[in-house]
Ligand binder design. Structure first.
Ligand code: SF4
Length: 379
């Protein structure tokens, strides 16, 4: 089973922290949909079209800027080319686009999971982020999701914002929990160089919180959601039991996926190797050239690279990684140095290692990046 990711590269305005590929000019939406349909058809009768598709994810950008006709056109094309057997079809929505009619329309098209870009309910933080929505729109969108009884939904939160103290974060979390979300993704604000935030930090106009403050935020998120029965299953992802996101879980376990639209990434196995590639982040090129010419940044991945990546992704999940699977699928065995390091971390309660499965504890997950680097450096 494989996944499909579709990148819709339009946004109403640029959020200050965002370095995804998007455009704020809306005139190209219609030609983009036509080019996307052409790209979908370019995969007719290829190995990609014969593998059953278990998840579809519409991300961006802002997919909720597309109307019914455009979405229907995309799904009709997907249906005619791919072997769609999707258990999960997720669509990212921005709160300011959501109405009851829109939710009913996307449900009718087959979307069964909504991903709401809330980020915060605090007006000052939303302004700082330069989000297009305000607090009331976020509340209304979540209320509508509940009222229309959407099959599954998730909401994004961003913590570690400049000027955000623990009380403000607590208020955001409590407000979100009022809507009883089955799933929450919580990310710490990252300062990317080519963004408005990045430039302001560089000029010294904004001071992001230090590591200790961010760690305290992360701990508060972990504990508050845990108390509400929304359990961490990956560093940034929390869900009620059985409501984990299928599409993202497939990324972490190296399932095949195909990315469509400018800047979308793909990953595909062929025997003992895999290939990763990216569509160019260039709408003009995407509109004017044949779909296959959109591809660049092709990377051939051998088993050692894949094993290391699998360790990195797997250790970010509560399930962890199976050492047996590393041996059998990736021909990767732990070195003596790695085994000693693991014993040491188990004593420090950062790791558990039982029945050939290695996983970080909640404490370990707080410093997962550092621990993963430490482990891989001993390979
Ligand atoms: S809406 Fe999402 S993709 Fe668009 S600028 Fe904001 S964060 Fe980036």
């Amino acid at each position: 089973m494989a996944g499909l990711y579709i990148h819709i590269p339009f946004c109403k305005q640029a959020c200050s922290y965002c370095d995804f590929y998007f455009l704020t000019r809306q005139q190209l939406r219609e030609p983009f949909v036509e080019a996307l349909v052409r790209e979908i058809h370019s995969y007719t009768d290829t190995p990609f079209s014969s593998e059953p598709i278990s998840s579809v994810y519409l991300g961006g950008g802002t997919p909720s800027l597309l109307n019914e006709k455009q979405l229907t056109g995309i799904f009709t094309a997907l249906d005619s080319v791919f072997d769609l057997q999707p258990l999960e079809i997720t669509m990212e929505l921005n709160p300011d686009d959501v109405t009851a009619d829109y939710l009913n329309m996307i449900r009718g098209i087959g979307i069964n999971r909504a991903s709401m870009g809330v980020q915060s309910f605090d007006e000052d933080i939303l302004n700082f982020m330069h989000r297009a929505h305000n607090r009331n729109e976020a509340l209304k969108a979540l209320e509508l999701l509940q009222k229309t009884d959407f099959p599954a939904f998730t909401a994004d939160l961003i913590y570690g914002n400049p000027g955000q103290d623990l009380e403000m974060l607590k208020a955001d979390i409590e407000q979100l929990l009022v809507f009883d979300p089955p799933h929450i993704s919580a990310y710490s604000l990252t300062v990317e160089p080519n963004t408005r935030l990045g430039r302001q930090v560089e000029l010294g106009r904004i001071n992001p919180p230090d590591d200790e403050e961010v760690a305290a935020h992360f701990e508060l998120v972990q504990e508050s959601l845990h108390r509400a029965g929304i359990v961490q299953y990956e560093v940034s992802n929390f869900s009620k039991p059985g409501k984990e996101a299928l599409h993202n879980s497939n990324y972490w376990t190296h399932q095949n996926y195909l990315g469509l639209g400018p800047s979308a990434h793909s990953f595909w196995w062929s025997s003992n190797e895999a290939k990763r590639w990216k569509n160019r982040s260039d709408i003009r090129h995407y509109l004017e050239k044949p779909a296959q010419e959109s591809i660049d940044e092709v990377e051939q991945l051998n088993l050692t690279t894949l094993a290391e990546e699998r360790i990195m992704l797997g250790l970010r999940t509560v399930k962890g990684i199976s050492v047996k699977n590393l041996r059998e699928k990736y021909q990767y065995s732990l070195s003596r140095k790695q085994q000693n390091w693991i014993e040491n971390q188990v004593e420090k309660r950062m790791l558990v290692f039982e029945e050939e499965r290695l996983a970080l504890t909640p404490e370990g997950l707080r410093i997962s990046d550092m621990l993963v680097v430490d482990l891989l450096n001993r390979g």
